[in-house]
Each structure stands twice: as structure tokens, then as C-alpha cells.
Design a protein around this ligand. Structure first.
Ligand SMILES: Cc1cc2nc3c(=O)[nH]c(=O)nc-3n(C[C@H](O)[C@H](O)[C@H](O)COP(=O)(O)O)c2cc1C
Length: 391
């Protein structure tokens, strides 16, 4: 199948990946209410069509933390991306470089900071969780600085992991030892394309950045156990100040939904915030990102760069996020579906699709520049039901 859209890439990923990996990628926490809200709230936003406005000069480029970008989009950190395609993080970084957008490497990636830097020959962004072992954190920050990472994305919405029911049902969680391993093996065996590309040729199947402290343990259960034991639930704003003191470059705090938290992050030295609920994978029942976005954007206006993620599956969604107050947008599952389906070429294609869809949405909302996308680019649906009361 030729993929025409990100939802096509999702279908291709589902057909190629072992069941437990697709479910890990696709799912959210608990009843997946917030996961659904992320999509539904975006889709409910009506764009305001405007015509006859000379939209022959559409420009999607801009500047993000001192770096020129060709699109107001960055690849969000997604753990274990190296299990979706062979050395997946390197492939995604290469696609991002080609498209002129930043790629963010997760702390818990298959490829290490050094591998991605060496293989791609260029810097990227690095994402960090608060880990109990501060010396280990300081070491990662040093490696990120040596690799000239263009920004540090510090994720604050995972002091404890949310439970994902799908992972229990698929055999990824809750069935330790042989039972879980046998189920996963059986699921991999019916996906020969993946088994050959990633299972046979894609090793080492370990967490590149964490391998030194895992001391030879490489199983998927070892990884989850390490996360459980080492993510630090005692984290506070003082730790952010500590991170700030260890990192000279741009610092982006990811996982903010509340305007007060956004202001606090900036007080502690953040240069940007990501309005995010971790793709509906943490606290189920919280607001969708796009619903939380305007208040956060208003609270920090002019003091920090505002990014947002959650549910973005098209260029139209990017336009919606920008019109609601984001300066730039992170895409998560969208790039990983494409990576799973077609590797680097898939990720490159998704970035092309987003750009093409954005151009159409901007043309028909009468915007030539990203700055033209404002609340005015959207319909105010509270008025549409009342006869004669539009604007
Ligand atoms: C499988 C998966 C793994 C993720 N791993 C991380 C991670 O390691 N660090 C992080 O900050 N966010 C992580 N996230 C959250 C993403 O960075 C992002 O916030 C989210 O995917 C955005 O929603 P979307 O997938 O609907 O675009 C992960 C998301 C998914 C789906």
C-alpha cells in the first residue's frame, strides 16, 4: 500500500510490527480517555476558511532556539524507537536532518547519544528524565554537551509511570519470565519482515544510554525494572534548577499542562515548555494538550518558546496547534508509525506530508507566514449556532 496519510502509516506499522510493540506504541494509560481527547479536541477545532488573499508566498521556515528550521515541527522523544526499525533513532535523525527539523533522542533509546552523533554526523536534541543517580545524569548531560546537542528536553510528567492496560493484554507487562517472553516471541515470528530487519540485523537490543548502568542485562523486563527503580518520584523544581546549572544550552521542560507550572519552569531557567500529557500515556483524565495550550501560552507569552504535542496526525493539526498559541509542534507516534513502516524514507515522507498539508491549510485560512496563524484563523463555534451573531 502507498501511504497517503499518517493514518495509512499507522495501518502499515500495525501490519509490520509484532503485536506487543504496536500496542506499546499506539496505546495510552488506563481507559485511554486522554489519548482519545488529544485527537478529538484537535479534530473539533474548525479552521476558518478565507479566500482571495494572495497566498503565493507561503513560508513554513523559522527559528527554534537559535536553529533555523524548515518546518515548525520537531520529532518528539520516543523511547525504544530502535525496536521499530533497525537502529531506528539513527534513521529518524537522518530523515529529520534532510527535512531541516530537530530530532529528539530519548534517554531510553536503543542507540546511544554517541552512536546517533557518529552515524548522522550532526547534532540533535536530547531528552532527559529525572533519574535517582545524579552522577549518571550528570554523565549523560556531559555526553549530550560533547555531542553538541542543540537543546535539552527535560521531561517532568513521569515521576511515576502510568499503567497501560494494553501492555498487560499483549504480554509486554505483567507476565515476567518465560510466559511473557514466549508470547512476544510468537508474536515476532508472524512478522518476518520485522524479525529479519530488527530481530536479526538490528542489534544490539539494549538501551544505548543506560547500558553502562544495566550491567549486561538487556531483556525488555530488565529495562522496565530499571525504569521503575530509577525514575525519581521525589523530583521538584529544585532539581530543575540543578539541571539548569549543569546544562548551558537551551532547556525545554516537557510535560506541562498548567499555567502556574509553566511560569515556575521559566523561573527555574527554562527557555521553552512543551504543553504535553505524554501522548495520553500518563495521567488519564487530564485535559488534551490542545485544550490546555491557550492558557499556558498566554501565561508565558514573550518569556519562553511554547511547544505542544499530543494527537498531531496531519499538517492541519499542526496549523490548529499554532493557531491555539504554540510556536512549534512535536510529533510523536506519527513519525514512529512511519519509521516502523518504511524506516528513514517513511519518516522523511511524513515530514513532507505535514509540510504539504500545512501549505494547503495556510493557503485556505489566508496565511502566508506562521505568525499569521492566530485565534482568528479558527472558527469561534460558540457563535455558529446563533443566527446572525457571527463575529
Ligand atoms: C511509545 C512512546 C514512547 C515515548 N517515550 C518517551 C520518552 O522516552 N520520553 C519522553 O519525554 N516522552 C516520551 N513519549 C511521549 C512523546 O514524546 C510525546 O509527548 C507524545 O508521543 C505526543 O503524542 P502523539 O504521539 O500523539 O504525537 C513517548 C510516547 C510514545 C507513544
Amino acid at each position: 500500500m502507498k501511504a497517503a496519510s499518517i493514518s495509512d502509516y499507522r495501518a502499515l506499522a500495525q501490519a509490520r510490527l509484532p503485536h506487543f510493540l504496536f500496542e506499546y506504541l499506539d496505546g495510552g494509560s488506563y481507559d485511554e480517555l486522554t489519548l482519545r481527547r488529544n485527537r478529538e479536541d484537535l479534530q473539533a477545532i474548525a479552521l476558518r476558511q478565507r479566500v482571495m488573499r494572495d497566498v503565493s508566498g507561503i513560508d513554513l521556515s523559522g527559528d527554534l532556539f537559535g536553529q533555523s528550521v524548515k518546518l515548525p515541527v520537531a520529532l518528539a522523544p520516543v523511547g525504544l524507537s530502535g525496536l521499530y526499525a533497525r537502529r531506528g533513532e539513527v534513521q529518524a535523525q537522518r530523515a529529520a536532518l534532510e527535512a531541516g527539523v530537530p530530532f529528539t533522542l530519548s534517554t531510553v533509546s536503543a542507540c546511544s547519544i554517541e552512536e546517533v552523533r557518529r552515524a548522522s554526523g550532526a547534532p540533535f536534541w536530547f531528552q532527559l528524565y529525572m533519574i535517582r543517580d545524579r552522577a549518571f545524569m550528570a554523565d549523560l548531560l556531559r555526553k549530550a554537551a560533547e555531542a553538541e546537542c542543540g537543546a535539552l528536553v527535560f521531561t517532568v510528567d513521569m515521576p511515576v509511570p502510568g499503567t497501560r492496560y494494553r501492555d498487560y493484554r499483549s504480554g509486554l507487562a505483567g507476565a515476567p519470565g518465560l510466559g511473557g517472553a514466549a508470547r512476544r516471541f510468537a508474536q515476532a515470528m508472524v512478522r518476518p519482515g520485522w524479525a529479519y530487519d530488527v530481530g536479526l540485523r538490528g542489534g544490539p537490543h539494549s538501551l544505548g544510554n543506560v547500558a553502562p548502568v544495566l550491567k549486561g542485562k538487556t531483556g525488555i523486563e530488565d529495562f522496565f525494572a530499571w525504569m521503575r527503580d530509577n525514575f525519581d518520584p521525589s523530583v521538584t523544581w529544585r532539581d530543575l534548577e540543578w539541571v539548569r546549572s549543569q546544562w548551558r544550552g537551551p532547556l525545554i521542560v516537557k510535560g506541562i499542562l498548567d499555567p502556574d507550572d509553566a511560569r515556575e519552569a521559566i523561573r527555574c531557567g527554562a527557555d521553552g515548555v512543551v504543553v504535553s500529557n505524554h501522548g495520553g500515556r500518563q495521567l488519564d483524565g487530564v485535559l488534551s494538550s490542545v485544550a490546555a495550550l491557550p492558557r499556558v501560552a498566554e501565561a508565558v507569552a514573550g518569556d519562553a518558546t511554547v511547544l505542544a504535542d499530543g494527537g498531531v496526525r496531519s499538517g492541519l493539526d499542526v496549523v490548529r496547534m499554532l493557531a491555539r498559541g504554540a510556536d512549534s509542534v512535536l510529533i510523536g507516534r506519527a513519525w514512529v508509525y512511519a519509521l516502523a513502516a518504511r524506516g528513514q524514507a517513511g519518516v522523511a515522507d511524513v515530514l513532507r506530508l505535514l509540510a504539504a498539508e500545512m501549505r494547503v491549510a495556510m493557503a485556505l485560512t489566508g496565511a502566508n507566514r506562521l505568525a499569521d496563524l492566530t485565534a482568528d484563523s479558527l472558527e469561534d463555534l460558540t457563535h455558529t449556532a446563533t443566527k446572525g451573531s457571527r463575529r
